[in-house]
Design a protein around this ligand. Structure first.
Ligand SMILES: [Zn+2]
Length: 363
């Protein structure tokens, strides 16, 4: 997997010296391939390999593939941040990927273990699945990050910027934390009324720019109760899928197809409303600027530092295109609008085809 990433990264490495938006564009399909290997491949290999007879062998194999895929992403992150240290990266990668993998395992195991008849076993699967899912919604992984020292209360600089912005927006001052990470990011936890900023973001943005990002995140904390309920509902949506096995048993495959259709439609509707909330938060950030253009500059710095494409690959991205966000914030980017990135790289598709051939040969 590391070799696959290195081969796929070759065009990105050659693109050194070109504008960051072009490098981000060529890096995108490598990243989508790496994400598939992290969250898809462990299940395909763990479940699909026929010579693993004991369920425990499949679990160990799936976990090994996940950690192998995670190690493979080091070369990608080193392309984004050439000075990245190994030890630094391991802790950050575990903090970023492990919660998503545990949630994926929780979903796949519940589907596999779900019985087709009502009874204590079904109750047990449902209770364990929802308990794990809602523990993450309640922020159990942030407790772990605090415990291992990766998440700390906000420092003096961030605290004073959050207080000033909250007072300016006439909102209560939220609790704020700083996560040790080279990735430049900030996000709001509406349920906990809390903001989290990474040290990577704080290192590259000026006080005015951080203040504008705080305003964006504060806008998420002021969303309506209906929107908060929508966020909880959206979090619960994948859990619908655990009921596929009993539904197939009770009323045949068409009911499972209907369930999948409802899931995809509800997911699409949520993506639509979520993007509208991002646009609302962007407007709040621009309106609260102390220094004209600070928000657009902050966005551009964040996307450039993380090499995120300035134009999304598809319409279903969680946020609008950076290019449009900057224009909406009153600043025309000083580079032409890039083309959309590809969804998948040639190397990624070739690896997938080879994998299927290998599995077929073993059957
Ligand atoms: Zn946002």
């Amino acid at each position: 997997m590391a070799a696959r990433n290195l081969v796929a990264l070759a065009p990105v490495r050659k693109a050194r010296g070109v504008h960051w938006s072009d490098r981000a564009r060529s890096l995108w399909p490598v990243r989508t391939g790496a994400a598939f290997m992290l969250y898809g491949l462990p299940f395909i290999i763990g479940i699909g390999i026929p010579f693993l007879h004991h369920p425990l062998q499949r679990v160990v194999c799936g976990i090994a593939v996940f950690f192998g895929a995670m190690l493979g992403t080091f070369s990608i992150e080193r392309t984004v941040r050439p000075g990245l240290q190994w030890g630094h990266w391991v802790r950050q990668a575990l903090a970023a990927h492990l919660p998503i993998f545990i949630l994926a395992v929780n979903l796949v195991l519940a589907i596999l273990l779900m019985p087709t008849q009502f009874g204590p076993r079904m109750a047990c699967v449902v209770v364990v699945h929802f308990t794990v899912r809602y523990l993450f919604l309640a922020g159990i992984h942030y407790r772990v990050l605090r415990w291992v020292g990766l998440l700390r209360p906000a420092g003096e600089r961030l605290r004073s910027l959050v207080t000033a912005t909250a007072l300016g927006m006439q909102q209560p001052v939220p609790s704020t934390s700083e996560q040790q990470s080279d990735v430049a990011q900030a996000w709001a936890l509406p349920l906990q009324h809390e903001l989290i900023f990474t040290t990577g973001l704080l290192a590259i943005c000026t006080d005015e720019e951080v203040g504008a990002v705080v305003a964006h995140e504060m806008a998420h904390l002021s969303e309506s109760r209906a929107m908060l309920a929508g966020r909880i509902l959206a979090w619960s949506l994948p859990s619908m899928l655990i009921f596929i096995p009993p539904m197939v048993q009770w009323s045949g495959p068409p009911s499972a197809i209907l369930l999948l259709l409802v899931y995809f439609l509800a997911h699409r509707a949520w993506q639509h409303y979520s993007k509208r909330m991002e646009e609302r938060a962007d407007r709040a950030a621009t309106a609260s600027e102390q220094d004209a253009g600070a928000y657009a500059r902050a966005l551009c710095k964040i996307y450039e530092a993380d090499l995120v494409p300035a134009v999304n690959a598809g319409k279903r991205a969680s946020h609008p295109d950076l290019y449009d966000r900057m224009i909406a914030a009153g600043v025309t980017p000083d580079f032409p609008r890039p083309a959309k990135p590809e969804h998948a790289s040639f190397v990624g598709v070739a690896c997938l085809v080879l994998l299927f051939i290998a599995v077929l040969l073993y059957q």
